[in-house]
Design a protein around this ligand. Sequence first.
Ligand SMILES: [Zn+2]
Length: 313
Amino acid sequence: MPVLEPRSGVSAAQKSASSNDAATQAVSSVASRREGIFGNCANPDCSTGWLHLFRRRGAPIFEGGWSCSTACTERRVEQAVLREMEGHGQAAHGQGARAYRHRIPLGLLMLEQRWIDAGQLRRALEAQRNAGEGRLGSWLVRQEGVSEQLVARALGLQWSCPVVSLPFHDREAMAPAMPRLFVDAFAALPLRMATARLLYLGFEDRPDPVVALGLERMLELRVEPVLVPDAEFRLAHAEMLTARFPRVELLEVSSLSQLARAVSRVIEKVRPVESRLVRLHDFLWLRMWRRAGEGVPAEIAGVEDVVCALGRD
Ligand SMILES: [Zn+2]
């Protein structure tokens, strides 16, 4: 693809200009500034060539790359959608089930640790069976007086996952981390920043590595799934759902190409300084940053989300 190299263009302009030719200098400084801001179009199939240098747009930026036109944005989003959809609807659930079978059952683990005795385990299993519902851990707590902290510790061992207590949860500070819909649907609770680059993501009885990884990719920091004891989790989770979250738009589409078009239309409209697309289970999530240099997670007004629920076929 023939692309005019802006740098050589600029230096040629500078060479031919006399040093006190203010007009020429102004033009070349605008050109070099544009080069710095825009660079080349990030769409590898871009057919605009160097003409894009005349397009006055510094945004949108999608996944670190600037695109020169609506068509180029759409092309890049299309590629990202295909990338995210790879493997969707296959394997994921089967793998989960397989991994689950390899875990030591919670009751057995607690028995081995001598945290409960055989009678307690038998009665809790019976109660669970009779009721036809509830997790074994909750039956041990409810009926056998086992402490929630102990059950959480056992779950932590079962899933090789740290258990974190929640003396205080700053829901407003954590709300910008992910859309409310995900906090709700995945029962995931952004807890706090452990360091500037490490976020604790809380779960009640079982960590969800897919959600943690999705959030990690979106926020570009490490996300560590942790378990939070039952009652603490439920309280903090219910409160979190009342927090103020970033603006979110729910997209309903019937095909992937329609999805790519709809997503790129939003990007073209919002003109974010950065945006990314990530899949979390059956949802595609687009996040757009309105301002550069946002903190992590971000300011509520500084980001905007688009969420699209995917069909299972
Ligand atoms: Zn382009």
